[in-house]
Every structure is written in structure tokens, then in C-alpha cells.
Design a protein. Structure first.
Ligand SMILES: [Zn+2]
Length: 274
């Protein structure tokens, strides 16, 4: 599933693809359930003749600012965007195509069909429930510390909860906890201030590393994460702990293990994460 670094990579690439100022001539919808909140026809009406003014990321959303309102895309498990032209044949798992005024098309493929497109008038309302953006100025130690107040949960599900911190998923949570030497099952109230500070530093560290390496592509099949140009990321070669069970911990050489925490496969070093 694309997490913050993968979505950030896609947004940066969309930026470099000179989409700003281009108009959406029309939308073609092949799988109606990808559209959230509107009927396909209503969605197509809203998209028609809109100019793309901005492309940004908020949490795991791709946010197109349009002349009126915004288009939000959430890739969920297997959503993929690519650019083609009017002659690009329909792809096997293509569900939406935006035809652009410069003869290009923005193609959305999604093998498992969990991804969502939504048109919203008021984007700040839509984003109001999202938590701190970990690569922004709002991610301060004070704001991070405040999230720990009066909350009683294990650290891993807390970090996965998008209403506290936005953009983290299974890969980067496991990596951040390893960097901070914190066991994923620790309770929030049991963490020391020094441990919280270590975690506060490790979250942007693993996310920036992911962005630098243009995202993590796991496995080899087509349902994987690819950028707009269809290239795999490189961060899977830089992971310290995620899906590395049975290998030696890069820090202490103990064998890394896999357990289940909050129904999620969780990777850690039981020796140096306490
Ligand atoms: Zn270790």
C-alpha cells in the first residue's frame, strides 16, 4: 500500500509533468465504485473543463486543486496513475481516464479496486480529521508530545492511526520504531520522554529516506507500487527491519522477528527494541 513517501514521489512527478494550467476536457469512468460520494455522471460533470491549478499531497491523498473545488485521489492498496496520450489503449485494470486539453490522458488503474476518487468543494473540511503532517512545520515535538496525553494504546496502532499522524503505514511505522529502539507493543503511557523524542526524530528520518529512494516497491508483481513512469521505487533495498525477519539486525546482529500487532504483520529486533 502506498504510504507517505510513495504518494509524495507520485505528486512530485505529477508536478514535473507540467500538469498545472492544463484543462480536464472530460472524465471517463469504467468502474463507478471508484467514485466516492457522487454518481459517475455527476463526477464527470464536475470534472469537465476544470483547470488544474495545483498538485499537492496531504497524508496519503493526491490533491488536485481545480478552478472550482478539488479532486482527491487515494490509491489505497493497488491504485496506480500514469500518463498517456489519446492513442493509449485501455489498460486491463483501468477504471478512470481523464482526458486533458494538451492531448494527454491521466490513467487510473487499480487491480483490487479499493482506491477512491472524490470531488470536494471544501477541501479543508475533508482534511479536518487528519492528524499531523510529519514532514511539515506543524510536526513539532510539543505537538507530537501532546498526542500522547490521556491516550492508552499500544504505540504501533497509535502511529498507524491517520487522525493522530497522517501518512504512516505498516512499512514506515516498523522502520521508525526500529530506529527509535521501541518495541511495537509498548503502551504510550510507559514511554519515557527520551523515547518519545527518539521516535519524534525517527519518523521524519524514515519518511525522508523513503522519499529520497522514490518509495518502496515490495515483491515483483503488477499490483505493486510504481511511480507515474511505471518505475519501481528503491527503498525496499534500504529497509532495516520491514520484511527482514530471519536476517541479522543491522544494529546488533540478533535475528529479526515477525509478530502480529493490531492485526498487522510487525517486524522488529527483540534484542534492541525494548
Ligand atoms: Zn537489534
Amino acid at each position: 500500500m502506498p504510504e507517505l513517501p510513495e504518494v509524495e514521489t507520485i505528486v512530485r512527478e505529477l508536478h514535473q509533468s507540467h500538469l498545472l494550467g492544463v484543462q480536464i476536457v472530460r472524465a471517463e469512468v469504467f468502474w463507478p465504485r471508484i467514485i466516492e460520494g457522487l454518481l459517475p455522471q455527476q463526477f464527470c460533470d464536475r470534472m469537465r473543463n476544470q483547470t488544474i491549478l495545483t498538485v499537492q499531497r496531504r497524508a496519503k491523498y493526491i490533491h488536485f486543486g481545480l478552478s472550482q473545488g478539488a479532486l482527491l485521489i487515494h490509491l489505497r492498496m493497488t491504485g496506480k496513475l500514469s500518463l498517456g496520450d489519446l492513442k493509449t489503449p485501455l489498460k486491463k485494470h483501468e477504471h478512470i481516464r481523464l482526458v486533458l486539453s494538451d492531448q494527454r490522458v491521466l490513467i487510473y488503474e487499480d487491480q483490487r479496486k479499493f482506491g477512491r476518487f472524490s470531488f470536494v468543494e471544501n477541501v479543508s473540511q475533508k482534511f479536518a480529521k487528519l492528524g499531523l503532517e510529519p514532514l511539515s512545520d506543524q510536526f513539532t515535538f510539543e505537538a507530537f508530545l501532546k498526542l500522547f496525553e490521556k491516550r492508552k494504546t499500544k504505540i504501533k496502532p497509535f502511529l498507524l492511526n491517520q487522525s493522530y499522524i497522517a501518512g504512516l503505514g505498516n512499512i514506515y511505522v516498523d522502520e521508525a520504531l526500529w530506529e527509535a529502539r521501541i518495541h511495537p507493543e509498548r503502551k504510550l503511557e510507559a514511554l519515557s520522554r527520551a523515547e518519545i523524542r527518539a521516535l519524534f526524530q525517527s519518523i521524519p528520518l524514515v519518511l525522508y529516506r523513503g522519499v529520497e529512494n522514490k518509495g518502496t516497491s515490495l515483491g515483483t508483481h503488477q499490483s505493486n507500487y510504481f511511480n507515474i513512469s511505471g518505475e519501481r521505487g528503491g527503498n525496499q533495498y534500504k529497509l532495516n527491519v520491514f520484511r527482514q525477519e530471519g536476517k541479522a539486525c543491522p544494529r546488533c546482529r540478533s535475528l529479526l522477528i515477525k509478530i502480529v500487532v493490531a492485526q498487522r504483520g510487525t517486524h522488529l529486533c527483540a534484542n534492541c527494541q525494548n
